[in-house]
Design a protein around this ligand. Structure first.
Ligand SMILES: [Zn+2]
Length: 290
């Protein structure tokens, strides 16, 4: 397949067109191994993980990119995230027994698909991705042509073992690239799901563009990595009152917080709760000094 657990950008020497290829194997398997999702969910999450990997390659700053689908149907939430270090994580929530097979847009009918870009520094950006066509790739293509005015072709595929993605896009701020786009996108359109899953990057590029001058950049490694921590969990708990938290400890023995992405368990007892609010008192105190 596309090189395993690698994200690789492609430059074409004589056209204002860029391409990105993502291949996920360990990273994908580790993310879904944390849960016992049915096959349909695993496949959709694989496509979403491939998608956020591809899109993260187009970001120019440190931060994270999230793709979140929500609906009131059986599938409640599908979410995948990738940051500039190419750490990936994903999660799903659903009700009842799902069909063996169903299209992405059908499952989310009446729901919403949102892309969120969260720079480490600066403003968070959110865009609504139209639920257009049947597959996630079609929704994202529509998003880029509508919101960003960038002609884009996206291929996404997953089979529970591997996930792969391919993106072809007109470079932002390029001149009139209509003729180039028509040429390159018609070549790329011949890429099949089976080829994307089974062939390595060099072979795929050769099959699609053997007459074009193209260059593969050095690849980034993709990995499953949840960046949850006791500190982050503490910060989230401070949004509740000390009394509320102490009451939970009295009733349940501890405040237990499970990370939804990786299942890591963070436990807080009475002493931890006291510490949590002692810390925040110190922070407030130091604020007043400055
Ligand atoms: Zn976690």
């Amino acid at each position: 397949m596309s090189n395993s657990d690698q994200l690789q950008r492609v430059m074409f020497e004589h056209a204002d067109i860029r391409s990105v290829m993502a291949g996920l194997e360990q990273s994908y398997q580790q993310a879904i191994a944390k849960h016992q999702y049915p096959q349909l969910i695993n496949i959709l999450l694989g496509e979403m993980m491939a998608a956020v990997s591809l899109l993260s390659a187009t970001l120019k700053f440190d931060g994270r990119l999230m793709l979140q689908a929500q609906s009131n149907n059986q599938v409640k939430v599908l979410m995948a995230e990738c940051n500039h270090q190419r750490d990936l994580r994903a999660i799903a929530r659903f009700d009842g027994k799902l069909p063996q097979q169903a299209e992405f847009c059908e499952l989310l009918k009446g729901g919403q698909l949102v892309i969120t870009i969260e720079p480490d520094q600066g403003q968070r950006y959110q865009g609504v991705v139209p639920l257009e066509g049947s597959r996630l790739s079609e929704c994202l293509e529509a998003y880029f042509s509508l919101s960003e005015q960038l002609p884009t072709q996206i291929h996404l595929v997953a089979d529970e073992q591997r996930a792969a993605g391919f993106l072809l896009q007109v470079m932002p701020a390029s001149g009139d690239s209509t003729a180039d786009w028509e040429h390159f996108s018609s070549l790329a359109a011949t890429l099949s799901d089976a080829e994307l899953l089974s062939l390595d990057n060099t072979t795929i590029l050769h099959r699609l563009f053997h007459q074009e001058d193209c260059r593969l950049y050095e690849a980034d490694t993709l990995q499953f990595n949840c960046d949850c921590s006791r500190q982050r969990t503490s910060d989230a708990l401070r949004a509740m009152s000390r009394e509320e938290l102490e009451q939970i400890v009295q009733e349940e023995g501890s405040v237990d917080v499970n990370c939804q992405f990786c299942n890591e368990l963070y436990q807080f007892d009475m002493a931890d709760i006291a510490m949590l609010f002692a810390d925040s008192a110190n922070i407030k105190g130091s604020d007043q000094v400055h």
